[in-house]
Design a protein around this ligand. Structure first.
Ligand code: HEC
Ligand code: HEC
Length: 287
């Protein structure tokens, strides 16, 4: 009798061990999306071939990307706010040196589509501009069809780089309507935009503390944001006139800046709101 009990016990223990091990070996492995970097993706959205993005600086296409930069930067066609023609770039008309802004709300699209669907769009070759296309012939009046097309990124980026970008689109891009009010008038490319209510319901005190803490911003831009000239503007003035752009720069960096302004993609929507609320104050952060 005792013998049978021990046989049964052994069988039970082995069964438990085997199923336990089974569970372990079928635990899902992290996907390419899980492993992707929002931060790198955000940098790539600005300029995918930058050193900061870790792009191979010996890539044979670098000279072409540099010469026709706006035809390759995501931000030129989709804008810093990801709203394309219906956002801040409502008046960014094409020129011989830059293409039209895309007629697509990439923010909404990225929220609506799955990561895999976005990845597939990025890899798509339909209606995409071949890397060999001669952009010196671009003319917004007479020859724009191919120049305005999205580049064929399957020829340019690795899958890993595309996953980084997809992760940025889904998780790293901010909903700018939470950061400020924008009034858009007219239609692309002759429309206009005006910004108000910077920082909305953010907390200016917290924002000012962040600005000054650990030399976050003040260390390089001065306590009132006037130390460095940014396109002839103070930091306060720049933020008030381009809130669409500043939110990206503070989270992903000012590429090529010296000293390097690295950006902090862990800065939350609330923190950006607080910072904007502080920078809205023209007495503390004069033009
Ligand atoms: C020269 C302009 C241009 C550039 C540069 C560009 N795009 Fe696009 N993109 C477009 C246009 C136009 C469309 C809409 C038509 C289409 O889907 O082909 C589009 C579509 C997309 C879509 C598909 C949206 C959907 O319908 O699902 C994604 C995603 C996207 N772009 C992301 C990016 C990213 C990320 C970059 C930079 C790595 C980039 N684009 C660079 C012009 C551009
Ligand atoms: C390590 C120094 C450093 C720190 C820290 C820093 N910046 Fe900068 N920032 C720079 C430099 C350098 C530039 C480029 C100036 C130029 O174009 O001459 C710059 C540019 C900018 C621009 C303009 C971007 C552009 O592309 O024209 C904004 C806006 C800005 N900084 C905001 C901030 C804010 C807000 C903070 C704090 C969250 C901050 N910076 C922290 C050094 C810094």
């Amino acid at each position: 009798m005792k013998h049978w009990i021990s046989v049964l016990l052994t069988m039970l223990v082995s069964f438990l061990l085997i199923t336990g091990c089974d569970k372990k070996s079928t635990r899902p492995q992290p996907t390419a999306y899980d492993n992707a970097s929002v931060f790198t993706g955000g940098i790539m959205y600005d300029k995918f071939w930058s050193e900061e993005a870790g792009f191979d600086q010996n890539d044979t296409n670098i000279a072409k990307f540099d010469a026709y930069s706006d035809f390759f930067r995501c931000k030129q066609c989709h804008a810093w706010d990801l709203l394309g023609r219906s956002g801040s770039y409502i008046n960014r008309a094409p020129k011989t040196t830059r293409p039209s802004v895309a007629d697509l709300n990439l923010y909404q699209t990225a929220q609506a589509k799955s990561a895999q669907e976005l990845f597939d769009e990025m890899k798509s070759t339909t209606d995409r501009r071949d890397i060999s296309y001669d952009l010196s012939t671009y003319d917004p009046a007479t020859n724009f069809t191919v120049g305005d097309q999205m580049p064929n990124f399957s020829q340019i980026l690795t899958d890993e780089q595309i996953w980084d970008i997809v992760k940025f689109l889904k998780e790293g891009a901010l909903d700018v309507s939470q950061l400020y009010d924008a009034t858009y008038t007219g239609t692309y490319p002759t429309g206009s935009v005006s910004y108000s209510n910077l920082g909305r319901d953010g907390n200016a005190t917290n924002g000012a503390t962040y600005f000054g803490s650990n030399l976050k911003c003040a260390g390089c831009h001065g306590a009132e944001g006037t130390f460095r000239e940014l396109e002839n503007m103070s930091l306060g003035g720049f933020t008030r006139s381009k809130p669409n752009e500043v939110q990206h720069k503070i989270r992903y960096g000012a590429l090529g800046s010296v000293p390097k302004m690295a950006g902090d993609s862990t800065l939350s929507l609330t923190q950006v709101k607080d910072l904007y609320k502080a920078l809205a104050d023209t007495a503390n952060f004069p033009d």
